[in-house]
Design a protein around this ligand. Structure first.
Ligand code: SF4
Length: 739
């Protein structure tokens, strides 16, 4: 029998970053459970975390590249696959030009440091502005509101869950999602602890979600009503003279202007549009103001609506007006270990619209375009039409609005190249599919989520098994070499040296502790690691907690991380004002002009007829967008892709539990099985996203047996939050009849 060994690593599957204990016999995983000694998760794990073995062993997971020949995807060697990309990209670029190339980056990229770092190399080599990502279907409003108010789209404050006395959550269901834009393993335990220390949790949601059930109070809100309701909370704070900025007030501008901005949003004025009674609105505003500490946290339900950016901004406004911004127990900014020590002072600020999409003129945001525009950029003829598409760990055929058009558009491409472990609903359109190694076969570090974490932690996981193929940085580097004209056979060390040189240049070129050092000499002090890990090593050693290449002997480095497989706790969050700010003024611009300018649109919406059913999404603990439905233990049991309908609505519309309903929106229609439940508000119906696994040509044998329906055939690609370009996926007007 092979030797039994135990290893510890961070779960890469969601934002919670739980520590896992992995028991192996030789190269085989025999057990995965929560790591009780993990400094952050303390043994917490959800049902997905233990399925890394099933994902690794999934026979449908691609081990070799696929190339489409005569309409069939066939396995080829890596050399053949890259040669095919080179030959076809060279031809395509001659006709389409670089403006005719698009890139789509999916959500898993941010759960993995190699593509986070090396995706840039591919984009630079392609030389295109047609960049799209999953950010504009779930979180771009949060980036934009932070960009305008704080000067940086990544300056996202998170609720200080472990110290708050009052948590107001809107459009968030962390008991199913395990948290989003708020990294907090064991979110359920942390919520329970708020109550145990005498605090209060209030959930605002059109569904009585699992999170709402354990909250002290659940308020049913009309889908899309969050921004108006938050504006009413702000109104009450001004009206009742409850505004007190606390210590952060020294750095906050614009408050005097906001009193007039929120004047029209009386609790009575928003009641019809939000379904929340005025006396409840007033009480909640007073409770937040009176609480010793409080945080307002809004997530996907507040972002994927037509006022997504305003709702994101207003969570911060209410928090700031009650003195809870940048304060223990309030909303605070994490300080990831790889971040450089920040200095206060003015920054360059944040702009959008520096360029625009070709067809609809939609503004650029954070150097990318709204993904809702991708299909029209592919299927609309003219100069700059996208004829070549690269997708990296993304499934736009399921995750983006107006899926029917997206599917048709993908079929018309001259060349499509996908970096993806599955032949799925999107990659079935690809000419070449390049599979990355499984999560167990690569090292792991959370560059993104340490920046969204409710404690400052650092945790590195080495690879556990042989990748049996190139690492992601090798795949992306090879594509970058092809895209830059150096050819498929060029040495990828060129790209690795460029990546490392770039990060070292930033370190020695500033006025930090390594200013003036020779980058080549620093490179010799790095460990013998994978290329992405060498870049990571520089970032960690030169971050605020780093050893500065020996200058700070007790600082963080890779050896210390490897010697601490349960992670290193760098402490609770600490106030970050003013150093976190990158606004032109160097201050919090709480009344930033683009945000205030959108208030009139919100005010006008209060007059609209809001009757008629609307569709919202929902999360499930055993799902993760579209890509984990091929794991038997996660999909077995009761049908989950159902249309939830309130009993009274079901009676009125002639629906029966378990029967079919036909749902129709302005964009399309589908038929889904009905689940009658009083957990959803009247006039609201709900479908989960990420389903619809019956596409011909996809190779997902487990998912195909329980395909579900694709809710994005109902979403309208022309409906966006104008400030962020985020798709409107919640609050979609629909009609529902027996199917
Ligand atoms: S909550 Fe997220 S990080 Fe934790 S085990 Fe589950 S999937 Fe992994």
């Amino acid at each position: 029998m092979a030797e039994r060994t135990t290893h510890f690593r961070t779960c890469p599957l969601c934002e919670a970053t739980c520590g896992l204990e992995v028991t192996m016999e030789g190269a085989s995983v025999v057990r995965i459970r929560g790591d009780r000694e993990d400094v952050f998760s303390h043994g917490f794990i959800c049902p997905k975390g233990s399925t890394l073995r099933q994902l690794h062993e999934d026979p449908d997971r691609l081990r070799l590249p696929l190339v489409r020949r005569d309409g069939e995807h066939v396995e080829v060697s890596w050399e053949e696959a890259f040669a095919e990309v080179e030959q076809r990209l060279t031809t395509a670029l001659e006709s389409a030009g670089r403006d005719g190339v698009g890139v789509y980056l999916g959500n898993p990229n941010v759960h993995n440091h190699a593509p986070t770092l090396y995706g840039r190399a591919l984009i630079m080599a392609l030389g295109t502005r047609n960049i799209f990502s999953a950010s504009t279907v779930d979180q771009m409003p949060r980036h934009v509101s932070s960009g305008f108010a704080y000067g940086g789209p990544l300056a996202i404050p998170v609720p200080d869950l472990d110290r708050t006395d009052y948590l107001l959550m809107l459009g968030a269901n962390p008991l199913e999602s395990n948290g989003s834009l708020c990294t907090a393993p064991d979110f359920p335990g942390r919520l329970a602890a708020i109550g145990e220390r005498g605090g209060r949790v209030v959930v605002v949601d059109p569904r009585r979600t699992a999170t709402a059930k354990i909250a002290d109070e659940h308020l049913t809100i009309r889908p899309g009503g969050d921004a108006a309701w938050l504006a009413a909370l702000a109104h009450v704070l001004f009206d009742e003279d409850l505004v007190d900025l606390g210590p952060a007030g020294e750095w906050i501008d614009g408050v005097e202007q906001l009193g007039a901005v929120f004047e029209p949003f009386t609790p009575e004025a928003v009641a019809a549009a939000t379904w929340i009674e005025p006396d409840v609105t007033r009480r909640i505003a007073r409770e937040i103001a009176a609480a010793p500490t409080a945080a307002v946290y809004g997530r996907i339900g507040t972002n994927t609506v037509e006022f997504g950016t305003l709702a994101s901004w207003l969570t911060d406004v209410v928090t700031a007006l009650t003195g809870n911004l940048d304060r223990p127990g309030g909303l605070m900014w994490p300080n990831a270990a790889h971040q450089k020590a920040r200095k206060p002072g003015p920054g360059r600020g944040f702009k959008t619209g520096r360029w625009a999409t070709r067809v609809s003129g939609l503004p650029e945001v954070k150097s990318e375009f709204p993904v809702a525009a991708l299909a029209e950029e592919i299927d609309t003829p003219g100069d700059g039409q996208i004829r070549v598409l690269f997708t990296v760990a993304g499934n736009p055929a399921r995750s983006c609005p107006d899926s029917d058009r997206m599917n048709s558009a993908l079929d018309t491409l001259e060349l499509m190249v996908s970096v993806d472990p599955y032949l799925n609903e999107t990659t079935r359109h690809a000419d070449v599919i390049l599979p990355p190694p499984s999560a167990l076969a690569r090292s792991h570090y959370d560059l993104a989520f340490t920046g969204l974490s409710i404690r400052n932690v650092s945790n590195y996981s080495p690879a556990l098994v042989d990748p049996n193929g190139p690492l992601e940085e090798e795949i992306l580097s090879r594509l970058a070499l092809i895209a830059s004209g150096q050819g498929a056979d060029a040495d990828t060390r060129t790209i690795h040296e460029m990546m490392l040189g770039g990060v070292l240049a930033g370190v020695v070129g500033g006025d930090g502790p390594l200013a003036g050092r020779d980058p080549a000499e620093l490179a010799t002090e790095l460990g013998d690691r994978s290329p992405a890990d060498r870049v990571l090593e520089v970032m960690l050693r030169t971050g605020w907690a780093g050893d500065q290449f020996g200058a700070v002997p007790d600082g963080l480095n890779m050896e210390k991380l490897e010697a601490n497989p349960h992670g290193i706790d760098l402490g609770a969050l600490t106030p970050q004002l003013p150093t976190v700010l990158r606004t032109v003024s160097g201050r919090v611009e709480l009344a930033a002009e683009p945000l205030v300018a959108d208030i009139d649109r919100l005010r006008a919406s209060l007059e609209r007829d809001s009757s008629g059913p609307v569709l919202v999404g929902r999360r499930h603990l055993r799902s993760n967008n579209s890509w984990m439905h091929n794991v038997e233990v996660l999909v077995k049991g009761r049908e989950r892709c159902t249309l939830q309908v309130h009993p009274a609505d079901a009676g009125e519309w002639g629906l029966v539990d378990g029967g079919d309903a036909k749902v129709t929106s302005a964009a399309g229609s589908l038929v889904a099985p009905v689940e009658i439940t009083d957990e959803i508000a009247r006039s609201v119906v709900s479908l989960p996203h990420g389903w619809g696994h019956d596409a011909p040509g996809a190779r997902l044998s487990v998912a195909r047996r329980r395909p579900g329906v694709n809710t994005n055939v109902l979403t309208d690609a022309s409906k966006l939050d104008p400030l962020s370009g985020n798709a409107v996926l919640n609050g979609i007007p629909v009609s529902v009849v027996p199917g």
